[in-house]
Design a protein around this ligand. Structure first.
Ligand SMILES: Cc1cc2nc3c(=O)[nH]c(=O)nc-3n(C[C@H](O)[C@H](O)[C@H](O)COP(=O)(O)OP(=O)(O)OC[C@H]3O[C@@H](n4cnc5c(N)ncnc54)[C@H](O)[C@@H]3O)c2cc1C
Length: 371
């Protein structure tokens, strides 16, 4: 049990801030979930590295918390030690030789403001994303065709054994809301090379904030809940499938933007995930596309339950197949040839246009004929 190790943790790390039974409500924008058993805030890299090793040795699972703007807290009494980097160097910004070093705990809005004061720009398209640098890099957060990795030069942190690492931007594959970093990687800082601010940078920022306030719902939320399947908009699909206004308990699909789920007050993790399941079901029935979450679950079990509740077709395929990318986008579970599958598309190809919608409809027909 995590709680059995907390006294030893306090004794070994006197400078660590350690709070027990912290409500997920207090540290996430969605404000769902019960209590975090323990929230640790290390003062610096040295304590962080030692804390990671301490947890590894005692098999205590850890979860990094940024600004909690893309995270669904857990209802269950978990064994997680949640670590937040919001002290000391983790929230510092340094300017040196045209490069900008930001700690993982720096909020984007503070980063953008400090950069603008020094004459750096290029962040306007991202303004309004309520993340911290570490969480944003982990998610490769983005908007308006730009992403946080665009002006990145290098990032660094610790691996699961507390070993330090650093990687140039080019050494990581930066994809749509995904960075190819191993799951247990902790990001501690990043170096950016930003372009000079344009003459109308302030105006671009103001325009972006205005656009967001008009298009995004107010209230407790975690941004977009589902990934866009390829070029399709998840919000549009959810709307077309008739999900606007759906509710489960205190969780509701926003009327303004269908890819936003709102916590109307006291939504639990279960309310949120049951509503997500309902949306996946309806969109799959309507289009054949199986939406995948963009938000992160603090509980791995909740994510497993979500996928198990509405399983996507298993398709056996090699990675060099022309269908691989599009089938992945529409949420199919891709398995290697020879593994159990609902479909082995040998010889048959969908209509010449490989759009996500066309491919999903084609696949749905094939699977239903097979049944
Ligand atoms: C109103 C609103 C609007 C939004 N708009 C957008 C948008 O336009 N585009 C967009 O991409 N997102 C958007 N989001 C979602 C969210 O802001 C982003 O995903 C953001 O990158 C999350 O950063 P965070 O610091 O809050 O991370 P968290 O939510 O705290 O964590 C997200 C993930 O990153 C991991 N993580 C956090 N810190 C670290 C670290 N230091 N090292 C390793 N892993 C870490 C966490 O474990 C978790 O898996 C929006 C959210 C809200 C509430």
């Amino acid at each position: 049990m995590l709680r059995d190790h907390l006294e030893a943790m306090k004794a070994e790390f006197p400078t660590l801030s350690l709070r027990e039974n912290v409500p997920w409500r207090e540290v996430t924008s969605l404000k769902a979930g019960g209590d975090i058993p323990a929230l640790a805030e290390p003062p610096d890299d040295i304590v962080l590295a030692r804390l990671i090793r301490f947890c590894r040795k005692r098999r205590i699972p850890i979860l990094l918390l940024g600004n909690g703007s893309n995270l669904i807290g857990s209802d269950r009494d978990s064994e997680l030690l949640v670590i937040r980097l919001n002290r000391g160097n983790f929230i510092r910004i340094c300017f040196a030789d045209g490069r900008i070093i930001a700690g993982a705990g720096v909020r984007l809005k503070d980063f953008a403001r400090a950069c603008l004061e020094r004459g750096f720009g290029g962040l306007a398209p991202l303004i309004g994303i309520p993340g911290r640098i570490g969480g944003m890099l982990r998610m490769n957060a983005g908007a308006n065709g730009a992403s946080i990795s665009d002006h990145l030069y290098e990032l660094c942190g610790f691996g699961p054994n507390g070993e330090s690492w650093s990687l140039l931007k080019e050494e990581v594959a930066w994809e749509y809301r995904h960075a190819s970093l191993p799951p247990d990687t902790v990001i501690t800082a990043a170096i950016f090379k930003l372009p000079p601010a344009s003459a109308n940078e302030q105006q671009l920022i103001a325009d972006e904030l205005k656009k967001r306030s008009e298009r995004q719902p107010k209230g407790f939320n975690a941004g977009c809940f589902f990934r866009n399947p390829g070029k399709e908009s998840a919000g549009k699909l959810i709307d077309e499938a008739g999900c606007k206004g759906l509710t489960v308990g205190d969780a509701a699909v926003s009327d303004l933007h269908a890819n936003f789920i709102l916590n109307l007050g006291h939504a639990t993790e279960k309310d949120i995930s049951d509503l997500m399941i309902l949306i996946r079901q309806r969109v799959a029935a309507y289009s054949g596309i199986y939406l995948r979450p963009e938000v992160c679950f603090a509980s791995a079990e909740a994510l497993e339950n979500f996928y198990a509740a509405v399983p996507a077709p298993r398709v056996a395929l090699t990675e060099d197949s022309p269908l691989y990318g599009v089938l992945k986008n529409i949420g199919c579970e891709l398995v290697r040839p020879g593994e159990p599958a609902d479909l082995i598309p040998t010889g048959v190809l969908p209509p010449e246009t490989l759009t996500e919608r066309a491919c999903a409809a084609w696949l749905r027909d094939l699977v239903s004929h097979k049944k």
